[in-house]
Design a protein around this ligand. Sequence first.
Ligand SMILES: OC[C@H]1NNC[C@@H](O)[C@@H]1O
Length: 446
Amino acid sequence: MPGIVFPKDFIWGCATASYQIEGAFDEDGKGESIWDRFSHTPGKILNGDNGDVACDHYHRYKEDIALMKEIGIQSYRYSISWPRIFPEGKGQYNEKGLDFYKRLTYELLKNGIKPSVTLYHWDLPQKLQDIGGWANRDVTDYFVEYAGLLFEKLGDVVPYWITQNEPWIVAFLGHMMGVHAPGIKDLKTALEVFHNILLSHGKAVGAYRQLNLPGKIGIAPNFSTKYPASDKKEDIEACELADGVLNKWFIYPVFKGTYPEDVVKFYRDRGAHFDFPPEDMKIIGADIDFLAINYYTSEFVKHHPVNGFVEINNELSQFEKTEMGWIIYPKGLYDLLLRLDNDCNKIDIIISENGAAFDDKIDENGNINDVKRMNYIKEHLIQAHKAIEEGVNLKGYYLWSLMDNFEWSFGYSKKFGIIHVNRENLKRTIKNSGYLYRDIIKNNGL
Ligand SMILES: OC[C@H]1NNC[C@@H](O)[C@@H]1O
């Protein structure tokens, strides 16, 4: 493979999220989050794991930033824990909580690492869940109050802001499947939550614009590319529906001012319809500076007589899978990038998450030769580069994740890090994938 070189100003980053790495779940005035509540509820998380300590990043952030510097990370995507800032979700803010993020942000800047801040990565203050959570439209205004404080306190030094992480996961895993916090299982609630999260995003973008800040603001949906399992008409239609439920359900409201009609009908036919003021769509469609995409895998789709579609990756033995059971399908990233370039008016795109969980082995010398993760990274970067050559405005890549961390309902059993974290003593060890990433960054390519 001839040397692949990315554009000279391409951003090489890595990503984490507050609940997954910080720990200090009740320290310095932090309020309870819905993930504190969920992970403290017996039976919700594998092995009874929780984020009480996590990777103790709250206390070890300087050590972690030193590791980022050793690898050469140019930008660090982290999320802010809303209940650390507003323990009750609104009202009086917690100076000590804000101080942690000031210290973290300035330590990054001191080390020449660009901060990329995600305002919401799932840890809603429990007090807001107690009044309905994201299904309560008032929470969109409390989100703007929270975002506004951070814009005011950090907006002059943080160049990249992401309003919401994976609205679809929050809405459907948290409010329809019940496998994420707050553990609700109701389709209508999930649809209301999804809408309110997009509404909160649009309102926060509006607030950001009012302040004339020097940075850029976007949103980070999760996408996966859908392929029909056969060229049968019924499978092609099923694939269209699956693409609508996940991908179009985000793209249409944010970029086309409406929800996709076929999917609205799909939900209405299942007794779930939600109403909202039509002027919401203008707010949701606020102009953003970049689209941040989280891509891990793709799905092959078949017709299903009752549900309309079924995803059949579990039956596909021809693809290697990660520890999450997700097929490794790098071309899905290329196809997604070309599609988004077309559907989203050639907007600047950042890959805000891409990575893989594997069952890493530590050798007798304490080294971790995680070849599968190294191959995953290389293969996806090759596809990303192909998309750039096709004219896609891809501006950066944030690897998920900097370190092994709390993988939601799977607890600490699934490891995505390029840095290993010993669960006994929290010792950090850079894996061979971390050294590979160091070389990729140094060479600005493969
Ligand atoms: O499953 C891997 C990642 N996916 N996107 C959201 C993150 O919080 C997850 O750890």
